[in-house]
Design a protein around this ligand. Structure first.
Ligand code: NAD
Length: 373
């Protein structure tokens, strides 16, 4: 059942291995990359409580010793205080230039550990063992690392590609249903942005995948990672095509800011709602058929995901304020808001040419629907 996706960046190429049971054999998988049989692991407290002992025994089978630091779980960890704690801990553990840091957790740990590895002794290698669906299909691949600033999300960071990614499909079994579905929002995004056949496959297989069908999980993760790898290969540092991966994100970032980056809205939930809004916007601009946004929403709803603005608990700011928050997105260039729109399912493109009034009307109508709900 195992799949390997190769990320062919010249001089920084690596494999993403996807399949069940990887944690048990992690030592053998990692050993070829080590200069000495010792790794420093950064993780979070949730993942540590559930899986750190399995990681330790998987490494021990190959005679690899491990030291670990478990940071508090949650987005607020991705900031200077826990970052400097992690970097200083790695130095205390005497991690040397040729050693390897292991990121064992969701996107928060992957982003923080990757950034720590990028600056430690001017750069050490790191291995990603992503444990959330979101991290397996998105954040562990592609080399974007970083932390949040008080001024905004992901504003401090570096491009630093991992040396290896090990995505154990079984480890997803302990995610809460909410975290699993938030990650699934990113899976759907890949179908919507560039692969109509994959979206159709998800319409059929999504419910089974959520119920735990392992083969379907492996296939969905491998397909998503392959799509990301292809895009990253074309445009590693986001000069063009990589922006397609931000489908739904301009709306999502405004909604995350409006909800204070809190538990009211997880990132992947915002992406799903954002994708539905991006298709609505595309349809209003006459770019895609009216059926496309309905089809997107129907699938999200069938999966039991947050789909509309009204699915976000509590009050939201009005449409003008949301548009203002969109203007603060870091993808704004020369004051121009970039949008990822679509000519149909699987046919996304990047544009800055979107009349503000149409965006405003989409937001107003979405908020009006909530008032009526
Ligand atoms: P997360 O790391 O906070 O994980 C979500 C929750 O799931 C946490 O409570 C975590 O402890 C828990 N968890 C993780 N694995 C588990 C498991 N196997 N069993 C039980 N619980 C588990 O968040 P996330 O959704 O994984 O990632 C979101 C972050 O990723 C954001 O900070 C976002 O900015 C970042 N991100 C980065 C990129 C990139 O390219 N670098 C891309 C997308 C998102």
């Amino acid at each position: 059942m195992e799949r390997i996706v190769h990320v062919p960046l010249e001089g920084r190429e690596y494999d993403v291995v996807i399949g069940p049971g990887l944690l048990q054999e992690v030592g053998a998988r990692i050993a070829p990359f080590l200069n000495r049989p010792r790794v420093a692991v950064l993780t979070d407290e949730n993942v540590a409580a559930l899986h750190l002992e399995s990681l330790r025994s998987g490494l021990a089978k190959a005679g690899i010793e491990m030291v670990s630091l478990a940071l508090p779980a949650g987005e607020s960890t991705k900031a200077w205080p826990q970052f400097s704690r992690a970097v200083e801990w790695l130095l205390e553990q005497k991690v040397e230039r040729n050693d390897v840091v292991v990121a064992f957790g969701g996107g928060v740990i992957g982003d923080l550990a990757g950034f720590a590895a990028s600056v430690l002794r001017r750069g050490v290698r790191f291995i990603q063992i992503p444990t959330s669906l979101l991290a397996q299909v998105d954040s562990s691949v592609g080399g974007k690392t970083g932390i949040n600033a008080p001024q905004g999300k992901n504003l401090i960071g570096a491009f630093h590609q991992p040396t290896l990614v090990l995505a154990d499909s079984e480890i997803l079994g302990t995610l809460t249903a909410r975290d699993f579905l938030a990650g699934y929002g990113e899976v759907v995004k890949y179908g919507l942005l560039g692969d109509a056949a994959f979206f159709a496959w998800l319409e059929e297989m999504g419910p089974k995948l959520a119920e735990g069908d392992m083969a379907a999980r492996v296939e969905a993760v491998a397909h998503s990672v392959q799509m990301k790898a292809d895009i990253v290969e074309r445009d590693e540092t986001e000069q063009g095509d990589r922006a397609l991966l931000n489908l739904g994100h301009t709306f999502c970032h405004a909604l995350e800011a409006a909800t204070g980056y809190s538990d009211r809205l997880l990132h992947g939930e915002g992406v799903a709602i954002g994708c539905a809004l991006a298709f609505e916007l595309s349809s209003r601009l006459g770019l895609c058929s009216q059926e496309d946004p309905s089809r997107v929403r129907a699938h999200l709803k069938e999966m039991g995901m947050k789909t509309d603005l009204c699915d976000i608990e509590g009050a939201l700011p009005n449409a003008d304020a949301l548009l203002g928050l969109m203007g603060q997105d870091k993808k704004v260039v020369d004051g121009q808001l970039k949008f990822i729109l679509a000519r149909g399912i699987g046919e996304a493109f990047v544009t800055a040419d979107v009349p503000k009034e149409v965006v405003l009307s989409v937001l107003k109508d979405a908020l009006k629907d909530c008032a009526q709900a």
